[in-house]
Write a protein that binds this ligand. Structure first.
Ligand code: ADP
Ligand code: ZN
Ligand code: ZN
Length: 757
């Protein structure tokens, strides 16, 4: 691009291109257009600080305040489809609301391939199918991956690479011989469209389901949030399917279906594929290759994909004909992004639905208190000026399949009946019964590793992480102590570093130790463990779960990774070990989360014809949480929690934002945060008239995890009943922080609607 001289550029075309970049500066940058065809939303390459960066064009114009001598020219324009105005409007809202630089907001919403300074071309995608029947006995026992691929191909007639990726990471290698001899063939596809018509049976809707579908469709042309509240198995997914059928019957319509975690996608995806086979469906999640992600994203952007199923990031996918959004498991905390721009996908989805004037359905068996509040109380937080649409509440009160009974839930009082090696005699007996009957058990403990503490009984020393203010967890199998916050690993000391005592003991229970105890107690039982240590490869979870389905596992031990969405008909016992920590946690969301989690784990028991039993070991059997759980009474418990939140002025009864800061010395953090508190309070006093409600600025404090990865941490909480008033304060506070002299010595972030500190 040598003709960067403004004098030579054509007079007719606007000469100035305003762009945003992936840099932490909240501004637009002007460049000269040397005569290239450029439109707003286009992706271009520009020189910036000695590098070449991808930029998105926000405007093309004639004027600039940049002196001509300083203007540089754009280097290249890519011919992919420009980002549309609606998507940019949503991103603009998010950048403002979460106080995150707009350029970074825009660029981080794009697939990686579109953030690179080269043309974005997707690798060819293939769909695979069988040409002849393959009998299972033709397969060697060692060909487990191949067997799984073949089972999937038999069920679905055609599978995309994305689907096969969820089965195993080594499927390509496994099928190579069959691809070579033509037993499996493949064809190139843009977005996979299963060729076979639906084989699944279509149930007639029950009255509640029919009512839900009718109510939502009656208001399909306007913004309306709906809370679809129904226990697992009550038929929510069936409602989603009917809504999609109705909405997609119109020409040019798209639906976005969001799920909290990728582990949940395969089930939903295969159900949608078999029931909605006439529509083009793509998925967007972290298990896709970058090439697949680009291709799926572009299929959504062009309107070719009518159904998009995705995790939280998919909320920013351009969909020109979006008519409906569905968030399944809307209460799940995975919808909250915890770094970069800390958005909540549910809140962004609500904004998007409002901007587009379309309905949005939030589905859950244990709704978030935010949604419950909006669906059951008429008034938004006192004095809200912004008119808030109340949500429609739709209930599904029964399990759709008659035989599937709710499990019986009992607490085992660990004060009366202490646990040995983590297990009470009662629970052990229940496990033994299952082993005798050939049924499966699941033991849920929310802590991975062997034991949470390594302890010296002589001097009370306990092993700590050197980088964090936290205990370091013993992982006996890997022979290390590992910090669950920063990942630091230490050798297991042979003697107490403090007093020399060689008798160091593990204290407390975690998954590895429970697994070991079970193996000692029941040598014949086949025990499997599911936690982040065992499930590192992306297909490892699928492998364990299919082993459970195949009846190859008797006892499953695991963390909350197990709690969700899996159906095991032969699993009749769920044991819950040691969740008492969450009952009296300082984190005000802990009990809400625990309740949802336990409802979900409890839902794993008795999913087939056999009745399920749930045994919870606790020192607090009288706690109202367990009382509510026993009767599966979410409503009463939610209302109790909501009253507490209203009294304490915590969300959803008020809005909170948290300024978090960290540095190698706490003194710097403290100095910065104290100055922030003072400046914020001063701003409120000075601008009193501008506030509808006066926000509260709390003093700077240290979080429970005061040191993380060698950084000393502190935070300031800002709270207000009125969202706009809080935003007013936040804008001022962010502007203050960005210009504070200490800002280069510390790291700070603002977490709006923070989930934790
Ligand atoms: P959820 O999404 O609430 O967990 P699903 O939609 O998956 O519930 O329904 C649970 C089971 O009940 C599924 O096997 C589904 O096919 C079946 N089902 C759903 N609705 C009906 C209905 N109206 N009649 C019979 N079976 C139904
Ligand atoms: Zn000691
Ligand atoms: Zn650590």
């Amino acid at each position: 691009m040598s003709n960067a001289n403004p004098a030579q550029s054509p007079v007719s075309a606007p000469r100035i291109v305003r762009v945003v970049l992936d840099v932490p500066l909240d501004q637009w940058f002007d460049y000269l257009n040397p005569g290239l065809p450029v439109l707003p939303g286009n992706r271009v390459v520009v020189p910036f600080a000695g590098r070449q960066l991808v930029a998105i064009v926000m405007a093309v114009t004639e004027d600039t305040e940049v002196p001509a001598s300083k203007l540089k020219a754009i280097l290249q324009v890519f011919d992919d489809v420009p980002l549309d105005a609606a998507t940019l409007k949503l991103l603009r809202f998010c950048a403002d609301y979460y106080h995150y630089p707009f350029g970074q907001t825009v660029l981080s919403a794009l697939p990686l391939r579109l953030r690179q300074t080269k043309p974005a071309t997707a690798r060819k995608q293939w769909a695979y199918r069988l040409t002849t029947a393959v009998h299972d006995d033709a397969l060697d026992k060692r060909q487990r991956v191949l067997a799984r691929v073949i089972a999937a191909l038999k069920m679905q007639s055609e599978c995309s690479e994305a689907q096969l990726n969820t089965l195993s990471g080594s499927w390509r290698k496994a099928i190579a011989p069959l691809l070579a001899n033509g037993v499996i063939i493949r064809r190139e596809v843009v977005a996979v469209r299963p060729s076979m018509p639906a084989s699944a049976e279509i149930p007639a809707l029950n009255a509640e389901q029919a009512q839900a579908v009718t109510a939502i469709l009656a208001q399909r042309q306007q913004f309306q949030p709906w809370l679809l509240f129904g226990v697992t198995g009550s038929g929510k997914t069936e409602v989603y399917i009917r809504l999609l059928e109705a909405i997609l019957a119109e020409p040019q319509a798209q639906v976005l279906v969001m799920v909290p975690e990728i582990n949940l996608t395969p089930q939903l995806e295969s159900r949608f594929r078999s029931r909605l086979s006439q529509f083009t469906l793509v998925t967007l999640h972290s298990h896709l290759s970058e090439s697949e992600r680009l291709q799926h994203w572009q299929a959504a952007q062009s309107g070719a994909a009518q159904i998009v199923i995705g995790t939280r990031l998919s909320i920013f996918t351009p969909m020109p004909h979006l008519r409906l959004m569905i968030l399944d498991e809307e209460h799940d905390s995975s919808y909250k992004q915890q770094d970069g721009m800390r958005y909540h996908a549910r809140d962004v989805a609500l904004v998007r639905a409002k901007q587009l004037q379309i309905p949005i359905v939030l589905g859950s068996a244990t709704p978030s208190l935010e949604s419950w509040y909006n669906a059951t109380l008429d008034a938004a937080p006192a004095n809200a000026t912004a008119k808030k649409a109340a949500y429609g509440l739709l209930r599904l009160t029964r399990r759709a399949v008659a035989e599937a009974q709710l499990p019986q839930i009992t607490c085992i009082d660990t004060v009366q009946m202490p646990a040995e090696g983590g297990l009470t005699p009662w629970l052990k007996q229940a496990i033994e019964h299952r082993l005798q009957r050939g049924e499966q058990s699941l033991l849920f403990i929310n802590r991975r590793g062997y034991a949470p503490v390594l302890h010296c009984s002589a001097c009370q020393w306990v092993a700590d992480c050197h980088r964090c203010s936290a205990k370091i967890v013993l992982h006996l199998r890997q022979r290390v102590l590992r910090c669950h916050h920063c990942g630091e690993e230490q050798k297991i000391p042979v003697q107490c570093p403090s007093c020399g005592n060689p008798d160091l003991r593990p204290v407390g229970q975690a998954t590895q130790r429970i697994e070991e105890t079970l193996q000692q107690l029941y040598p014949q039982a086949r025990v499997a463990r599911v936690d982040r240590d065992t499930i590192q490869a992306k297909d490892a979870l699928t492998e364990v779960l299919s082993a459970v389905h195949a009846g190859e596992i008797d006892i499953l031990v695991g963390t909350q990774m197990l709690a969700k969405g899996h159906d095991f008909p032969n699993l009749t016992l769920v044991g819950v070990l040691d969740t008492d920590g969450a009952l009296y946690s300082p984190d005000y969301r802990a009990s809400e989360r625990l309740f949802a989690q336990l409802m979900q784990v409890a839902g794993r028991a008795g999913r087939g014809e056999k009745a399920g039993e749930v045994l919870i070991q606790t020192a607090f059997p009288q706690h109202p949480l367990f009382a509510a759980l026993r009767t599966q009474d979410y409503e009463t418990y939610a209302n109790t929690l909501l009253q507490e939140r209203i009294v304490l002025q915590f969300p959803p009864a008020a809005y909170v934002a948290v300024f978090k800061a960290e540095a190698q010395e706490y003194a710097l953090v403290e100095q910065f945060l104290k100055a922030l508190v003072e400046a914020a309070r001063h701003f409120i006093m000075q601008e009193v008239a501008q506030f509808t409600q006066l926000p509260t600025v709390y003093d700077a404090v240290r979080p429970g995890l005061a040191r993380l990865n060698r950084m000393e941490r502190g935070y300031v909480m800002l709270q207000c009943q009125h969202r706009g008033s809080l935003q007013l304060l936040l804008r001022a506070a962010v502007a203050w922080a960005r210009h504070h002299p200490l800002q280069s010595k510390i790291r700070w972030v603002l977490d709006v609607d923070a989930y934790d500190v």
